[in-house]
Design a protein around this ligand. Sequence first.
Ligand code: TXA
Ligand code: MG
Length: 315
Amino acid sequence: MKNIYSNIFSFNKKVLTKAIKNLKKGNVIGLPTETVYGLAGNAYIKKAIERIYTLKNRPKFNPLIVHYSDYKQAEKDVLFNSSFFKLYNKFCPGPITFILKKKKKSKIQSIAIANLKTVAIRFPSHKVSKTVIKKINFPLAMPSANLSGGISPTSAADVADEFKNNIKLIIDGKNSKLGIESTVVDLTGRPKILRKGIIDAIQIKKILKINYAKKSSYIKSPGLLSKHYSPGIPMRLNKKKCNKTYAFITFGKKYGNKNNHFNLSKKSDLKEAASNLYKTFRIIKKKGFKKIYVVKIPNRGPGVAINDRLKRASK
Ligand code: TXA
Ligand code: MG
């Protein structure tokens, strides 16, 4: 397909050099990760961070995730503990974010972390973001590349649709393989899952004792306070049937191919369903449906994260 966006570039040496040059200068660019696409800026430059907040229209109290190529790069910014290393050795690089205490000497801009004493850090596994971060000597603050409260982007075109020409460089790294944001684990006290993701509680519990965050501690993940991940269309969950005028998000082979049906995975594969979720929201929105019905999605494995996002999206 022809690239109709002038700010989307395929990944090659020239584009890598251009990306690095932009980040060094404090410009903001779009980068693919294995979870969703991110809006990346130099975490040590105030101007870059301010630009991210402005572009996303993100409330200043909601801190950003800071991305590194490996733990050695993060050593100067955060205090590690044994829980961190247990999870890092098992899952990194990959779709998991750790909340750790910030080192006093860290050069991370305080507005990037909403003036907190903690930092969310992540080590993406996607070849493009990994290569970019490896080549620079500063970390990347990188929230999902969407307007605050909306749906995370899972392709370069989605990023271009969100920000139009307000960002000059988006690197195309194909569709995000996982399609849902990273699991966020707070390791500053007794380990707690703050945001559910493809790496689920069962996998983490094999390695560590964890708690789910109680409602009252959601304040620890400010981004989870409000309505989020919303396609901006009323959505009803756990529906068995749907009339022709609403979009019907289905799962499994028993559902047909009607015009208003959008199957997340015909073979009932929850990982595939997760990777199709936001993409499906965007398609439905583009087609102009005024209401979305969703069938019941099994609440296991990636289904737990899918149901979490559906619940927030339907608020
Ligand atoms: O998969 C991902 O994590 C993607 C890709 C681009 O890496 N990024 C992402 O970033 O989802 P964002 O900004 O959309 O979500 C970050 C979440 C928010 O809910 C935020 O409140 C939480 O992490 N967070 C960041 N720093 C935190 C901190 N110090 N304490 C608690 N929660 C924090
Ligand atoms: Mg986000």
